[in-house]
Design a protein. Structure first.
Length: 94
């Protein structure tokens, strides 16, 4: 499983947030403030869902990597034991 972050999309979103924060649209009336808050909340919920998905994927990859590392260490240990046994057998046969 591969975890990919779409950096371009993130950078564009951050630039949009920065732009909106630096240049607030003063043409909006006070009546629109509720819908702006709702839209902001929607964006936060969406980002939270994406972060949850990313965390879940990261967790899965970490567990998979840990299992692969454990398997590799076990295989190296078995190979070392086989080599050691081979050397002992040679020493006894001399």
């Amino acid at each position: 499983m591969e975890v990919k972050i779409q950096f371009d999309t993130v950078e564009k979103s951050l630039a949009n947030i920065r732009s909106n924060a630096q240049n607030p649209d003063s043409s909006k009336s006070m009546g629109d403030s509720g819908s702006n808050h709702l839209l902001s909340l929607h964006h936060l919920v969406h980002l939270n869902q994406k972060l949850d998905n990313l965390l879940t994927a990261y967790h899965a990859v970490t567990l998979k990597n840990e299992a692969a590392a454990k398997k590799a260490v076990h295989a190296m240990k078995e190979y070392d034991e086989q080599l050691e046994k081979g050397f002992e057998d040679r020493a006894m046969s001399r």
